[in-house]
Ligand binder design. Structure first.
Ligand code: BT5
Length: 262
């Protein structure tokens, strides 16, 4: 055991992501737990990992299914010294990092869905929830939450999700070591976070668009009662989706994207 801890510490030496790891057998939400630690001043790169969540959260009060012993539920504390308005690329950066890891298992089948989903074969395998605290107009910290279905089998999903959700186990027919997936995820996040901090915003947008494969497609974006329709032109500098519609170019800041089939 000590040997393992030493090896893990050596692995994370000099890195940001994973420099402190807090493991919980069960927690309400790793994002809530990470928020608590961030308010207490935990260093950047702290990760909260849980085996199970009892109140896993998506956007807009949606639930994230988080049964024990199956998947990865984790939240990373980031403290970039940047204006808050430039933080909107962080969710896209996270998606690109997750896609890097998943592409090792499912090459050519991983797609990013704006703003925060990762799909394999058209089904949702990962959801991300980024939350931010600001101080004045600057970022105080960000909590990047990632829920990744690793060893979930079809019957483990509630019936309503069985046709829309998937896992690495379902896609590859292999049971995977969650720790191994987590370590590769930390590595990918470290790589892309350095690119982000180094000003590589174009690289992030380009990588995101490549994996999303959505430019030129007709989509409907639903946000509450509002629906915006158009052809995807790309992402603007802040990571907002650009739609070419009848009224010209529109910027989409929030919503769920549906590809319209002709
Ligand atoms: C998300 O929200 O996709 C963000 C999910 C973030 C979860 C992580 S887990 C670690 C951290 N701690 C938290 O409390 N949250 C983060 P959204 O785009 O609103 O999608 C939510 C929808 O995805 C639900 O309404 C379901 O339709 C679907 N869903 C729920 N659980 C799922 C699962 N395990 N796999 C696939 N789809 C799921």
């Amino acid at each position: 055991m000590n040997m393992d801890m030493e090896a893990l510490r050596a692995f994370f030496a000099g890195r940001v992501i994973g420099r402190r790891i807090e493991y919980r057998e069960e927690t309400g939400s790793t994002n809530t737990e990470a928020l608590r630690l961030a308010l207490e001043g935990t260093p950047e790169g702290t990760v909260v990992v849980a085996d199970a969540q009892t109140e896993g959260r998506g956007r807009l009060d949606r639930t994230w299914e988080s049964p024990p012993s199956k998947n990865l539920y984790l939240s990373v504390v980031l403290r970039p010294d940047i204006p808050a308005v430039t933080a909107s690329l962080v969710p896209l950066m996270t998606g690109v990092a997750v896609a890097d890891v998943l592409s090792q298992h499912c090459p050519g089948r991983v797609r990013l869905k704006w703003p925060n989903d990762v799909l394999v074969g058209g089904k949702k395998i990962c959801g991300m929830l980024t939350e931010m605290r600001t101080r004045g107009d600057r970022v105080q910290f960000l909590i990047v939450g990632i829920g990744l279905n690793v060893n979930m089998r079809k019957p483990d999903f509630p019936p309503g999700l069985r046709n829309t959700a998937t896992s690495l186990q379902i896609e590859t027919n292999c049971e995977l070591d969650r720790l191994d997936v987590a370590v590769r995820l930390f590595e990918a996040l470290e790589r892309w976070y350095r690119i982000f901090l180094g000003g590589g915003r174009d690289a992030i947008r380009e990588a995101w668009l490549r994996v999303a494969d959505i430019v030129g497609r007709r989509v409907a974006v639903v946000c509450g009662d509002a629906v915006q329709r158009g052809t995807v032109a790309g992402l603007d500098a802040s990571g907002a989706l650009l739609l070419e519609g009848e009224a010209g170019m529109q910027q989409v800041l929030a919503g769920d994207v549906y590809i319209e089939r002709l």
